[in-house]
Write a protein that binds this ligand. Structure first.
Ligand SMILES: C[S@@+](CC[C@H](N)C(=O)[O-])C[C@H]1O[C@@H](n2cnc3c(N)ncnc32)[C@H](O)[C@@H]1O
Length: 222
C-alpha cells in the first residue's frame, strides 16, 4: 500500500526539518552575523556561466553580478529547491535550479566558467567526488569560489569539541553538516591550483561556535 508521506525515492537528500530551520537561520545570519557581506565578496567579479552546488534557499542568487550570463544551481533537497526556484525569479541574472547532487552533476563537461561552493562542502558525504565533478564541469582555467566553514586550526580544545560533535549530534541536527572538515585541503587534494583564501570568524564578534571557523577564497581548474 502506498505511504503518502514517504519521501520520494528520487530525493537523494531529504532533510525536511533542517530545511525549514535553515531558512530562518540563514536569513538571520546574513544580517546579524555578516554572512550577507561575505556572500557579496564571494561572488564579486564573476562572469559567464556559473555552477552553484547546493544553493539551499538561494540567498546568493540576488547577489550575482550582471556580468554572469547564467547560473546553473543544483539542489537535491525538495523544500530548499522550491525556495531556490522562487529566489531565482528575484535574481538579476538568469538562474536555472535543477534537482541533482554534487556527486553526479547534471551539467555538461567543461561547460562552466566558474563554480561556487557556499557553506555546502560540510554537508556532502563524499567531498572528493563532488570536487571532482566540479572540476569536470569547469572549463580549463575556470574559477572555483568558496565560502566554507571547517576545523578550528590551532585551537586544540575546539578541535576536540568539533570531533565529538561530528561523531554524535551535529550531523543529525544540521542536515548532515560536519564542523571539522578541511575545505582548503580538500580543494587542494582535488587538484585545484592558485588557491588563495582568508580565514574569518562568523560571527566576527561574540561567542565562538564550533561552526565559526570560515574560509573565503578562490582556486583555479588547471
Ligand atoms: C548549509 S546549506 C547551504 C545552502 C547555501 N549554499 C547557502 O550558502 O546558504 C547546505 C546545502 O547543501 C545541500 N546539499 C546537501 N547534500 C548535497 C549534495 N549531495 N549535493 C548537493 N547539495 C547538497 C543541502 O540541501 C543544502 O542546500
Amino acid at each position: 500500500m502506498p505511504v503518502p508521506d514517504a519521501p520520494p525515492s528520487c530525493d537523494a537528500v531529504h532533510h525536511p526539518l533542517f530545511a525549514r530551520f535553515y531558512v530562518r537561520l540563514s536569513n538571520a545570519a546574513d544580517v546579524r552575523a555578516g554572512v550577507g557581506a561575505h556572500r557579496e565578496e564571494l561572488l564579486a567579479g564573476l562572469s559567464g556561466r556559473v555552477l552553484e552546488i547546493g544553493p539551499g534557499n538561494g540567498l546568493n542568487f540576488c547577489r550575482y553580478p550582471t556580468t554572469v550570463t547564467e547560473v546553473v544551481a543544483v539542489e537535491p533537497e525538495r523544500h530548499l529547491r522550491q525556495l531556490a526556484a522562487e529566489a531565482a525569479l528575484r535574481a538579476h541574472v538568469p538562474v536555472d535550479v535543477l534537482p541533482g547532487t554534487a556527486g553526479s552533476l547534471p551539467v555538461a563537461s567543461a561547460s562552466c566558467d566558474a563554480a561556487v561552493c557556499s557553506l555546502v562542502l560540510c554537508s556532502l558525504g563524499d567531498v572528493r567526488q563532488a570536487l571532482g565533478e566540479v572540476r569536470r564541469v569547469l572549463r580549463p582555467g575556470g574559477e572555483l569560489r568558496f565560502y566554507e566553514h571547517g576545523r578550528a586550526e590551532g585551537r586544540r580544545g575546539m578541535l576536540r569539541v568539533q570531533r565529538a560533535l561530528d561523531a554524535t549530534v551535529w550531523p543529525r541536527l544540521f542536515g548532515g553538516c560536519h564542523t571539522g572538515g578541511d575545505p582548503v585541503g580538500e580543494i587542494r587534494a582535488a587538484g585545484f591550483t592558485q588557491i588563495s583564501f582568508r580565514r574569518l570568524m562568523v560571527p566576527e564578534k561574540g561567542p565562538v561556535q564550533p561552526s565559526s571557523f570560515h574560509v573565503l577564497g578562490s582556486a583555479r581548474c588547471p
